[in-house]
Write a protein of this length. Structure first.
Length: 339
């Protein structure tokens, strides 16, 4: 089949999977935050439970006028939200959904993952610089400093997993967790009952989750937006469809980071005592349940902690997460070679 036809099919399938899940996560955040603050939450759109509120918000944004500042760089300004969304969509290309269901199994999957995730940084910088607004520019510069700082812990956490699994392919990493044996004399039913990297790489998992929150610019790491200081940061001048793309990009990025964390540390689509044939059917549901668990953790943390100061944010990255990541790699490599 023609390359471009295949590309369009894969992009369409990715959108068909990612966008509904992002809408579910948005609804989940509305309800969870309301519960944590003893509120009702949305209850009008969609009946008693307000399930249609994300769709209603999307339609509202689409009806708003799409404004472009007079002094803005129009081309860069208009492309920025799509660059952010493209970086998120590209992440789903290599995430295995079942033993046989993956868009592309790359031998250097972890490298690809870390490379495409940096596209979002470029899109945020484009939005901040092109808006011709000092608050947008400050938000873009803050985002660049933050995302660059927390890319390093993210990389170091993923390297620990790659060393443990002996591969950079996400499919091989899932297989390594599924076939793990704690000790030779252990009963067959015991080996593989718990995802091994969730325990052996607990330091890496913690680093990855904290760095993911910072990469997503969510509270307590929302300095690039900081409404009380920068109006809406790099989003200040955006409205209508383009603001919707940024909004969807944030939640699609949350789903993508949760899917990556579930694949690297929680076994991805794997479930104990289930063979590959059954996992081809059950795998997507297993992975989705793990993604939703991590997404719930992200939402819970957002509505629990206050916003950090800029110096605190940088201190956590450079003085704590990066040294911890390096030590984790050293310990993992030592035990990998010795045992």
């Amino acid at each position: 089949m023609n390359f471009w036809v295949m590309l369009l099919i894969r992009v369409g399938l990715t959108l068909a999977i990612m966008l509904p899940i992002a809408l579910v996560v948005i609804f989940g955040e509305l309800k969870i935050s309301a519960h944590m603050q003893s509120r009702i939450g949305p209850y009008f759109a969609g009946g008693r439970f307000g399930w249609a509120q994300p769709l209603a918000d999307g339609l509202k944004f689409l009806q708003k006028e799409d404004l472009v500042p007079g002094e803005a760089d129009r081309t860069v300004y208009k492309l920025a939200p799509y660059v952010v969304l493209m970086g998120t969509l590209a992440t789903f290309v290599i995430i295995p959904i079942s033993p046989d269901l993956v868009v592309r199994n790359l031998d250097l999957g972890v490298f690809y993952l870390l490379a495409v995730s940096s596209l979002s940084t470029l899109g945020v910088l484009m939005a901040g610089w092109s808006s011709a607004n000092k608050y947008s520019l400050m938000g873009g510069l803050r985002a660049a400093a933050q995302l660059i700082a927390y890319e390093l812990p993210l990389v170091l956490a993923a390297i620990g997993v790659a060393i443990q699994a002996g591969s950079l392919s996400l499919n091989d990493i899932v297989t390594a967790q599924a076939s793990w044996q704690w000790f030779d004399a252990a009963p067959t039913w015991l080996n593989g009952i718990i995802s091994p990297f969730m325990i052996l790489q607990i330091v890496g998992l913690t680093i990855f989750l904290v760095a993911s929150l910072a990469e997503l610019s969510r509270i307590p790491f929302d300095m690039p937006i900081a409404e009380s200081e920068l109006t809406m940061g790099y989003l200040t001048e955006y409205s209508g469809m383009r603001f919707t793309m940024f909004f969807l990009g944030e939640y699609a990025g949350l789903v993508a980071m949760a899917a990556v964390a579930a694949t690297l540390f929680l076994g991805g689509y794997w479930f104990p005592w289930v063979g590959d044939d059954a996992l081809n059917f059950l795998g997507p549901f297993v992975l989705l349940s793990k993604v939703m668990l991590i997404a719930f953790l992200f939402i819970w943390l957002r509505w629990t902690f206050p916003r950090l100061r800029e110096d605190q944010l940088q201190t956590i990255a450079w003085k704590w997460l990066i040294p911890a990541g390096l030590i984790n790699i050293l310990v993992t490599a030592f035990f990998k070679v010795v045992f």
